[in-house]
Design a protein around this ligand. Sequence first.
Ligand code: ZN
Ligand code: ZN
Length: 360
Amino acid sequence: MSYTQHNRSKFYDIEPAHIGSSQCERLTSYLCRLSEAHCVTRRNLIDYGIVPLLSKSPNEDYEKKRGIGFYKWTQIDGRGTIASGFVNAVEQVTLREDIRFTTLIGLQGVLPDKGLLRSNRAWCPLCLEDERYRCEPVTEALLWALNLVKLCPVHDVPLEEYCPQCKKSSSVCNQKRNGFCPYCNAWLGASTSRTMKFDDIDYYISQELGELISAMPNSRLMINRESLYRSIKAIAEKLTQGKVKTLARLLQVPPITLRGWYKGEHIPELAYTLEICRKCHLSINDFFAGNVHDITIENHCRYIKPRNQRCKINWCKIGRMIQTGVTSNRGSVKEVASILGVDRRALIRKFPEMSKISSK
Ligand SMILES: [Zn+2]
Ligand SMILES: [Zn+2]
């Protein structure tokens, strides 16, 4: 009798959350969940399960040190060699091929390292609360790790960096559980958020970078250094017939900096890339992928949201209110909807069981 030996993963092959959306989980968050599933601390999982595999890559001598330093922790979700080393190791132990999308390594050729990632954790309290309300695993998004992102593109609320209870900030290095403060163990999610006035550019940045992260698993989107240079050249040719100095004035970029991009010597910092895309009416995905055809340059930007937009309805909070009996002993759906401050039809669409109360 013969047996076929199947490949088995060393660790559980947990699926990374929200891949293909702007809420895509980051690798340090995934490692938290993986360590919880194995009932070990994330530090031990990394030091004894991942680091020995990293030592196989050249130029890295992790094994002797048995551990990684603070700087390297902050780079795990990034686009460099530390992130790619971690991705390879985690894909090896889980036998998954989608771990790479929890980092920025797919954008290695188009994103410079400088100022890319936050050193401290940031989070959208409403996203965390939504996951807990839906009884889903709590995850922390890759988008929140980006330094330029100030607000959540799903809820349009500011990202938080300080624990609501002990007021301390924390880094991914000392993070113990997703969605919890490592110092006082307070829950970081909330059903409401502080209000803050943002500039149009902040909405634009969070939307565009959210779309960039959503598109990463799309294999048809070929993003690399060459496609980026192709875009810069096409913009220069179409707008100013290759006159770099004139283009620099139009884009409000120092000419020497623009010349470096034009010659393919440097890649633009992310803030510059976003500014170019905004001015030229291009999506960042098209810019990075070299899909630059019709370009116009003007101040108006189609991605900016109107300032006086309607408030988002917090359906999680309404669901909890319904569960706690706020709607009991009410005559009609209309009456319940007015108590909850929402439209009657939207309420029935979200909670079909509400349509029954009018027949009581
Ligand atoms: Zn959110
Ligand atoms: Zn705290």
